[in-house]
Ligand binder design. Structure first.
Ligand code: MG
Length: 339
């Protein structure tokens, strides 16, 4: 089978700002795997936070071209992929996604069925508001009208004003993500105040490396704390027990759908809640992740909604909840873009 890679630039609707940086375009890459005229597609969303880029991700994916060329089925390729050293979680996620999409198309089965997941009802997704001035925040809250849950990025000097601005506009459930932006003492003050504002959880309050500080914080606040930057893959989970109440799983952070399934299982065994999150991605990566949504507690799959022109269409949205597309594999198809 034949693997190809190409970069994609996804211009955003608005500048997206979090505690450590801001961006106007998300730079990702696609992997295509073609076998006997059937093509699977996968998306990698490399994060500089984890030392990955489009160039490093595409190079890592290119290195398996020769390994796959000799194989005659996506099943064999998926088996081989598990044992291959691949530099970068985004590349591994994208290759596996393309192989599973291909496998689904060959067997005429949607991805969730291939993975043994009953689609049932998908939880509503949160919609993320990046860091912005209170005026901008109020405008964004209006734009977020279709979504039932808002996720607010904090970790700037205006955290109190930001939350007050959101609360002046809506009584929707709120989730907060500090992206490692607070000190332990700040975190105690802010999180205990957030509890009075109807916030239901807080993601990554402190820098990822400091698990002892997280345990200290955990003993001083009541809101559930969710590990994102502190939890890259299943290996990290045992060390987080007692420091966090849940983990945020992202395909391009952990290395793909099968690792995500292992993480869900391990988190459950350790009594941790599970959030399914994303990078800023097109509908390819987001729809693939959505097939796992029936298994998790919190869904934060809004990356494609922040993109101005999504090259693909897939997962839909009805009354704030995700709706899986019909069709085999991931179920995405190219979108007819406006001129
Ligand atoms: Mg996060």
């Amino acid at each position: 089978m034949n693997l190809t890679t190409y970069p994609i630039s996804l211009p955003l609707r608005h500048t997206f700002r979090i505690a450590r940086h801001a961006e106007d375009v998300s730079e990702n890459f696609y992997v295509r795997v073609e076998h006997h005229g059937v093509t699977g597609i996968g998306e990698g969303a490399p994060s500089p936070r984890y030392g990955e880029s489009v160039a490093s991700g595409m190079a890592a994916a290119q290195r398996v071209v020769a390994n796959l060329a000799a194989l005659d089925s996506p099943e064999e390729a998926l088996k081989l992929l598990s044992s291959l050293p691949i530099a970068g979680a985004a590349a591994r996620a994208a290759i596996e996604m393309a192989l599973l999409d291909l496998l689904g198309k060959i067997h005429d089965k949607p991805l969730h069925q291939l993975l043994g997941i009953d689609p049932g009802m998908l939880p509503p997704t949160s919609f993320t508001l990046g860091i912005a001035s209170p005026e901008e925040i109020r405008r964004k809250v209006l734009e977020a009208e279709p979504y039932r849950i808002l996720k607010i990025k904090l970790g700037s000097s205006d955290d109190f004003a930001t939350v007050e601005a959101v609360r002046s506009m809506t009584d929707k459930p709120l989730r907060v993500d500090a992206n490692e932006g607070w000190t332990p003492e700040q975190a105690v003050t802010i999180i205990n105040w957030l509890e009075t504002k109807g916030v239901e959880l807080v993601e990554q309050p402190l820098p990822a490396g400091d698990v002892d500080a997280m345990r200290w914080l955990r003993a001083r606040v009541r809101l559930p704390l969710v590990a994102d930057e502190s939890c890259r893959n299943a290996e990290d989970i045992p060390g987080l027990v007692g420091a966090f109440d849940g983990i945020n799983i992202k395909l391009s952070k952990c290395g793909g759908l099968r690792e995500a399934l292992r993480m869900i299982q391990l988190a459950r065994q350790r009594g941790l809640k599970v959030m399914l999150g994303c990078m800023i991605e097109s509908s390819v990566g987001i729809t693939a992740a959505a097939h796992l949504a029936p298994l998790v507690d919190y869904v934060d799959l809004d990356g494609h909604l922040l993109v101005a022109e999504d090259p693909y269409e897939g997962v839909g949205l009805v009354d704030g909840a995700l709706v899986l597309p019909d069709g085999p594999g991931i179920g995405v198809k190219p979108r007819a873009l406006s001129a």
